[in-house]
Design a binder for this molecule. Structure first.
Ligand SMILES: [Zn+2]
Ligand SMILES: [Zn+2]
Length: 351
């Protein structure tokens, strides 16, 4: 190992871990995707080379010629190979490594998993296995993979055929992770169509562990029609979670969007009656439902699911935001389905 100069910190996790950690922290801190891509791309480029070949390429100065490695990622790799904590990693830890929010810590610690996340099969940024590894690193017992359904073309929603292939990949990932105590669960974020029916066939939906249903189109539909649409969806026995119920956007790069209008009392009463969980969507730009509706759902006896809706591994940590809101609203942890043991969760989702 190379000698360290004073002030440098030792680092022995290796270059792939350093690049992945930087990317995770940037995603968690909601940095632009293009900044993150370089680090994820470089990690993917050097992983198959193996540690010895990477160390040799650093030693003879050819690491910068590896496809997918650029000047800043090469510096990270060189420092990590030399056993120094990369400067870029130290900076990312300082900027984005602290607590995301204050409050909700106790509830956050009770969350065993997450019912809503996306991979690069639809509009997420990372492969399925990277999402799974990151969930394990966060101490989760399970993660539900919920890529989009066919009609959401902008998000590359999965046809029945692609979903069937994805389920084989999920099986393969779980085989690989056997003995880890972690399970990647099969799921979908299925579009609620205009008439309240679902954008995937019953036979495919029946092959899944958990089904989140969300409105993504015609968000400005007239209130009575929207109420009928949402009530029909949450009464569908295959639906487990009502995703981001108002569709609002409160901040962030996608701009702002008003809440859909509907009879929230009627929708939440249907949720309470059928045991469909109301999602507390943790994405900072959604914060959905708004507090007054969160409290209404609480008072009507609904179940809840605190979901990250992660589109990148670092966003899996967003559950902290949802936990803060749920705790502030005084929601009993036992009404939050992702505090339950996995077996109880799966039985609820099947029934
Ligand atoms: Zn959605
Ligand atoms: Zn989603």
């Amino acid at each position: 190992m190379a000698e360290q100069t004073p002030g440098e910190q030792a680092y022995d996790d290796g270059p792939v871990a350093a690049l992945r950690r930087i990317a995770f922290l940037l995603e968690r801190g909601r940095e632009d995707t293009y900044k993150v891509k370089a680090f994820r791309g470089a990690a993917a480029a050097i992983l198959p080379l193996g540690e010895e070949a990477v160390a040799a390429a650093v030693a003879d100065g050819t690491i910068r010629r590896v496809e997918g490695v650029g000047p800043s990622t090469a510096t990270v790799i060189e420092q990590a190979v030399r056993g120094q904590r990369p400067d870029r990693l130290a900076r990312a830890e300082a900027e984005h490594g602290g607590p995301l929010v204050s409050g909700g810590e106790e509830l956050h610690a009770l969350l065993r998993g997450d019912l809503h996340s996306h991979s690069d099969w639809s509009d997420g940024g990372s492969p399925i296995e990277e999402m799974a590894f990151s969930a394990i690193e966060l101490g989760r017992e399970y993660q539900v993979l919920t890529d989009h359904s066919p009609r959401l073309k902008v998000a590359r929603g999965l046809s029945a055929e692609r979903l069937a292939r994805q389920l084989d990949v999920v099986d393969a990932v779980n085989d690989h992770l056997a003995g880890s105590g972690f399970t990647l669960l099969k799921g979908i974020e299925v579009d609620i169509l205009d008439d309240g029916s679902l954008d995937q066939g019953d036979d495919m939906l029946d092959r899944l562990d958990v089904r989140v249903a969300s409105v993504h189109s015609k968000l400005k539909m007239e209130a009575d029609a929207m109420t009928r649409r949402m009530v029909a969806a949450v009464r569908n026995p295959r639906v487990n979670v009502l995703g981001h119920c108002t569709g609002r956007l409160v901040t962030g790069g996608r701009g702002r969007r008003a809440e859909s209008t509907f009879d929230a009392q009627a929708v939440f009463e249907a949720c309470a009656e059928t045991g469909t969980a109301v999602e507390i969507n943790s994405r900072p730009e959604r914060r959905d439902p708004p507090t007054r509706l969160l409290e209404l759902a609480r008072d009507l006896g609904c179940l809840f699911s605190i979901d990250s809706d992660a589109h990148a591994p670092g966003q899996l940590d967003f559950l902290a935001y949802g936990a803060e809101r749920a705790e502030a609203a005084g929601i009993d942890p036992d009404r939050i389905v992702n505090t339950w043991p996995k077996q109880r969760l799966l039985e609820w989702a099947r029934s």
